[in-house]
Design a binder for this molecule. Structure first.
Ligand code: BMA
Length: 334
């Protein structure tokens, strides 16, 4: 098995064996979706959300930040907790960020959160698509307990989306993937990486990957927090194809260099999950599978991936570190 660097034993993450006879690299949980659109009374939809292991109070083992669009169709972030990583208690009230920094703007809207645990300072950093003057960029905040949330400065200028932090500093810098975009639904988009010495000032931007072909020919964006292995950073990323019926969001995997993660070592030739089940093809935005979080058990290499479906609900799928690396070894486009 590939070695997972700084991995944690997580025997209790959600898991199902690959169905007998299947050769899929990633397979779906058979009771998807795990979070329905009406999970709280005010929700229109709950999707594109981030879950992390959380050794918390009341027997909870997982916490998360959830994208909840309400029935007025405001996009908000809510905290939630779970004992099994499948059934979640989502707070009915949205996260209210406290902030001590001068001149920070009030929260306007937020969507597509990612959460990164940083062992170095014990903080869970949250990055999300944050409105700045009602224009999307990458917002940054942190918490230690999922009760009190602190707002920091936005990482970038508008327009930007899909901000995904690495779980440790590299060469003394915090690292974040992002996807510069436009004010609309963005018919283009490459993944870049930026560095910061202090989580305030971001620079040393490097290009990581451009859209490629077929399933990822329109735009790509980082997904869950990168998984560090002895072979490189394993990432899942979404790719978008423009069909005659609109965008189609699928996802695959890539391997980035451990020391210079803007260098792509391997990149999947095909999607590993595309919208095929009804809960993925039918919803507020049809044909979207959008991964935002992964849980990894360092002992077995099992990975549970949380992904949003059709901008409506949230689902789970499974793979292992070795299966994804084997796929990338045999089916890399570079
Ligand atoms: C993107 C974001 C995602 C969404 C996707 C498909 O621009 O808004 O949250 O899942 O479009 O609608």
């Amino acid at each position: 098995m590939a070695k997972i660097i700084d991995g944690v034993s997580l025997p209790d993450i959600p898991w199902q064996e690959r169905p007998a006879g299947s050769t899929d690299v990633i397979w779906r949980y058979d009771k998807n979706p795990i979070i329905k659109r009406n999970a709280i009374p005010t929700s229109n939809s709950v999707f594109n959300s981030a879950v992390v292991p959380f050794d918390g109070r009341d027997g909870y083992k997982f916490a998360g930040v959830f994208r909840v669009d309400d029935k007025a169709r405001n996009m908000n972030l809510h905290a939630g907790f779970s004992k099994d990583g499948i059934n979640f208690d989502i707070n009915p009230a949205r996260i209210e960020f406290t902030h001590a920094l001068p001149d920070l703007q009030e929260f306007q809207y937020g969507y597509d959160p990612r959460v990164t645990y940083f062992a170095e300072d014990g903080r869970y950093y949250i990055t999300w698509c944050n409105a700045y003057g009602y224009k999307p960029t990458i917002g940054v905040g942190w918490t230690t307990d999922f009760l009190e949330f602190h707002l920091s400065e936005n990482a970038f200028l508008p327009f930007n989306r899909n901000g995904v932090m690495f779980p440790r500093k590299i060469d003394g810098n915090y690292m974040m993937l992002s996807r510069p975009s436009d004010s609309g639904h963005t018919p283009f988009g490459d993944i870049y990486i930026s560095m910061s010495p202090d989580m305030i000032f971001w620079g040393k931007h490097r290009h990581v990957m451009a859209p490629s072909k077929g399933w990822e020919s329109t735009k790509i964006g980082a997904g869950p927090i990168p998984i560090e292995t002895d072979r490189g950073w394993l990432i899942f990323y979404h790719g978008v194809l423009t069909s005659c019926n609109g965008f189609v969001y699928s996802f695959s995997a890539a391997l980035l260099d451990r020391d210079k993660p803007w260098k792509v070592l391997k990149r999947g030739e095909t999607y590993l999950i595309s919208p095929q089940e009804t809960y993925e093809t039918v919803g507020d935005v049809p044909n979207v599978t959008f991964p935002c979080a992964n849980l990894v058990d360092a002992d077995t290499g099992r990975i549970a991936i949380y992904y949003g479906c059709a901008d409506t609900c949230t689902s789970l799928c499974f793979t292992t570190v070795d299966l994804v690396l084997e796929y990338l070894d045999n089916h890399s486009q570079i």
